[in-house]
Design a protein around this ligand. Structure first.
Ligand code: MLT
Length: 252
């Protein structure tokens, strides 16, 4: 199994992912929110790359049980039901719903990876469960860090380092590209206090300024769920063995 980490979506195009197994990470906050929404019973997440497309698909499709969610500059978008805080995606609100989801970086990265055969969604909340699934699949892996505005984000790369370390612990038969070795080194250096690291990161500072400090705390929890979102066509659902009835819900 060969593992490569892409520090930002900028240097590859959509076709790069054709047929691959790709893990998308946007710890603050898109992938943490997707995991939480599905864990809390959302039927599916439909990631989209533009607000206009989100609005277009929200009318009439998916049996009328849709919610529009996401953010622009970390804030809820006018006319959307939900923002991008995982605390908004409670079971009361999302259970049984299809959520059309737009975020500035995270959903754009997922859409960019759309030609992958398999897309898994990862954050600190489910990192060991994703590692376990990748070991089972035993394919070469691309880990796509969403970053911010096409540049490196510390928290995404540290999460990728944790993921690669988990896989290496259990599977000795892997080949790590330089990017994977670098992400392990960063995790060893800065991954001991995830909350502090994220609060001091560029994106963390913006979230604190905008009143979302508790989201950073929430997203810093490690392995609170075994929920692994996976692509089915153009939508994301929980993998069958970790459906919404499982008892290991992340604390909201
Ligand atoms: C993104 O996709 O850029 C984010 O998840 C931003 C955020 O809401 O924190």
């Amino acid at each position: 199994m060969k593992i490569n980490v892409l520090f930002s979506p900028a240097n590859v195009d959509e076709l790069y992912f054709a047929g691959k197994t790709t893990v998308v990470i946007d710890v603050l906050r898109a992938t943490s929110t997707i995991i939480t929404a599905l864990q809390n019973g959302a039927r599916e997440i439909i990631p989209v790359a533009t607000v206009e497309f989100a609005v277009k698909v929200s009318g009439g499709m998916f049996g009328g049980l849709t919610l529009l969610g996401g953010e622009r500059n970390t804030k809820k978008i006018e006319g959307f039901a939900l923002g991008n805080s995982p605390f908004e995606y409670t079971s009361e609100i999302v259970s049984g719903k299809s959520i059309i989801f737009y975020t500035t970086n995270g959903t754009k990265a997922i859409v960019k990876a759309k030609f992958s055969e398999t897309i898994l969604i990862c954050s600190f909340l489910n990192v060991s469960a994703v590692a376990k699934k990748l070991i089972e699949l035993n394919n070469d892996v691309e880990i796509l860090c969403s970053g911010r505005s096409n540049v490196f984000s510390l928290e995404d790369v540290i999460c990728s380092g944790k993921l690669v370390s988990e896989i290496s612990k259990q599977n000795k038969n892997i080949e790590l590209m330089d990017s994977a070795l670098a992400s392990i080194a960063l995790n060893e250096k800065l991954g001991n206090n995830i909350y502090k690291m994220m609060k001091e990161s560029e994106h963390g500072k913006i979230l604190v300024e905008n009143g979302f400090e508790k989201d950073i705390k929430y997203c810093s929890q490690i392995d609170v769920t075994s929920a692994v979102p996976i692509n089915q066509g153009n939508v994301l659902k929980l993998m069958p063995e970790t459906d919404e009835k499982s008892s290991d819900k992340p604390e909201l």
